[in-house]
Design a protein around this ligand. Structure first.
Ligand code: GYE
Length: 326
């Protein structure tokens, strides 16, 4: 048995101190005390679509239900503003920060600043670059959908139901965001594996309706034989439908449109036959987000990822499911 002498203890303490002075990060998420109420930050990335609004409403409703104070910020689509928003939350002394990082790399400094200030961070819906920050070390956990799986589900539907259509225009989400990276990866790999399809163009529409419409318009001109549009979210799919109609094409007949998110407007478009299929991306984060924070305060070990369940809509169930869509 090793006896810990005062000397060995002092040596160890000095070594840890030296590491800290040298700026070597200590691999541990800050602790969270158990309290009756908390001041909690939620750094939202933007509010330009029904998905974001549903997520914000879910977070606000849960905070209110628990009687927690919520410091809410909206980065309005700017990673730089989102970093500043997190810094302001740190200055206000919040207990926890829920962060929906707009892009994988630019939000790393925000995650690290919170850690340094002793505030645990929970990532919601988008993740950060795993080579630069890690769950269980730099932030507590990532709560959200499996985006690779979402893209794969779109490809698998096409493999069964495309009926000879094969030339795909892909409208990507925000460049450098985890859902854009992973929805592309999951789809592209599965569509290649299915065989018989060709992605004729793949370009970002920034998860936005108007940008999606503009990009779809340009890509349809360059590739008039495209007969499938896969959009990484509903907003861009709705923009693409406008572009198709302006070009005199019939969505659902001449061109199959598929998307991810599953908001009410998109599910209605499935009922109307203009969208062929939608993978839901579940935006109802509130209950799971706050429950995870409470479990952590109690001292439970938190899994590095907590995956949300997503539904799937096509002509077979859209009418019946419409009322449940957000
Ligand atoms: O699909 C999109 C939103 O990060 C999962 O971001 C989220 C995505 C969602 O703006 O509509």
């Amino acid at each position: 048995m090793t006896t810990i002498t005062r000397r060995t203890f002092m040596l160890a303490a000095t070594a840890i101190g030296a590491l800290a002075v040298a700026g070597v990060a200590i691999a541990e998420v800050p602790k969270l005390a158990q309290k009756d109420t908390y001041k909690v930050g939620f750094a939202q990335t933007e509010s330009n679509n029904p998905w974001r609004i549903a997520q914000t409403n879910s977070m606000k409703a849960e905070a209110e239900k628990l009687g927690y104070q919520l410091v809410y910020t909206d980065a309005a689509g700017s990673a730089a503003k989102q970093v500043a928003d997190v810094n302001s939350m740190i200055a206000q002394g919040v207990d926890v920060i829920f962060l929906a990082p707009r892009e994988e790399k630019p939000l790393i400094p925000a995650v690290m600043a919170a850690k340094k200030a002793g505030i645990p961070v929970i990532l919601l819906d988008r993740s950060v670059d795993p080579s630069l920050a890690k769950a269980g070390e730099d932030y507590l956990t990532f709560i959200g959908s499996n985006f690779v799986e979402e893209g794969k589900r779109v490809a698998e539907w096409l493999a069964k139901n495309a009926n000879g259509k094969s030339k795909i225009i892909e409208l990507e989400g925000t460049t450098g965001s985890s859902p854009a990276n992973d929805r592309k990866k999951g789809f592209d790999e599965a569509i290649q594996a299915a065989g018989g399809f060709e992605i004729v163009a793949s370009q970002t529409g920034d998860f936005a309706r108007d940008k999606g419409r503009q990009v779809a318009e340009a890509l349809l001109q360059a590739h008039p034989d495209a007969d499938i549009i896969y959009a990484h979210n509903d907003e861009m799919a709705i923009g693409a439908i406008a572009a198709l109609e302006a070009a005199g094409k019939v969505p659902g007949k001449d061109v199959l449109v598929l998307s991810i998110d599953g908001g009410k407007e998109a599910v209605q478009l499935v009922v109307d036959g203009k969208i062929a299929a939608v993978v839901e991306c579940n935006p109802r984060f509130g209950p799971k987000a706050f429950e995870t924070m409470q479990r952590y305060a109690k001292g439970e070990t938190i899994e590095p990822t907590l995956v949300n369940e997503d539904k799937f809509y096509d002509a077979s169930n859209a009418a019946a499911e419409l009322a449940n869509a957000y």
